[in-house]
Design a protein around this ligand. Structure first.
Ligand code: SAH
Length: 228
């Protein structure tokens, strides 16, 4: 089994590299892929750089170049749902691209013809994650995650994403990884820990909590991979 783990930023994968300790580094198309042999599995870890395009490059490389059979994303996100706090862990049941807009032709916001408005995470991986969370005594929230090439730091924009997509969190990569995996028929799941609330204080909160929240997500993903 070959499993790919993607983060967007270096801080999101460093906790995993620290846990796995030994790895080989392979450079492809502007990214470094860290190859790990763990029990009977091969694990490929990379940070893609921020945004949907970069994340799509990494996901595609993991599938075509490394033969990854499952892909997991680990990182941080802005919380949209009421009650979500910094450090809360969540899994994306579905993902959408909140910044896709060809509504001028009568299409729904987020929809691209021959694409999907919502991409669904793999049920088996989600179920496994919920089991792991239970065993660890962690609570994990689930819901729709909206991705777009914008750092959301504004109450009005935040409200409009909630209204349009009923999303519980916002980030900048999940839906593109989901779209790649859906097209290649590769099971995937996106995990995020909250770093900020996507409001007027989001950038300060993000800077303060990036590392600690990234570690919460990475530690959890490490436990899931152990179970696969
Ligand atoms: N501080 C960084 C930029 C971070 S962009 C720099 O200057 O280089 C935010 C990253 O965290 C993205 O990878 C995104 O997926 C996630 N994220 C966390 N909170 C977010 C928010 N409120 N809106 C959008 N993405 C968010």
């Amino acid at each position: 089994m070959t499993i790919g783990i993607i983060g967007a930023m270096r801080e999101e994968i460093v906790p995993l590299l620290t846990l796995y300790k030994e790895y080989e580094s392979i450079e492809i198309a502007g990214n470094v892929y860290y190859k790990i042999t763990y029990k009977n599995a091969t694990i490929i870890i990379a940070y893609s750089k921020i945004g949907k395009v970069h994340a799509a490059i990494s996901a595609t490389t993991m599938i075509l170049r490394f033969g990854c059979e499952k892909i997991i994303f680990s990182g941080v996100a802005g919380g949209l749902a009421k009650g979500l706090k910094v450090g809360d862990l969540l899994l994306a049941t579905k993902l959408c691209q909140h910044d896709v807009d060809i509504t001028a032709f009568g299409h729904a916001m987020g929809f691209i013809p021959e694409g999907k408005l919502f991409y669904e995470s793999d049920k088996q991986l989600c179920d496994m994650a919920k089991e792991v969370a239970k065993d660890m005594g962690l609570s994990i929230k689930e819901g729709i995650v909206a991705s777009g090439d914008q750092f959301i730091a504004n109450q009005q924009i935040k409200d409009s994403i909630v209204k349009e997509f009923n999303a519980i969190a916002v980030e900048m990569e999940g839906a593109s990884v989901a779209c790649v995996c859906d097209n290649f028929k590769i099971p995937y799941c996106i995990f995020r820990s909250i770093s900020d609330s996507a409001d007027g204080e989001a950038s300060q909160s993000f800077d303060e909590f990036l590392e600690s929240s990234a570690k919460i997500s990475a530690d959890f993903v490490y436990k899931i991979v152990d179970k696969i």
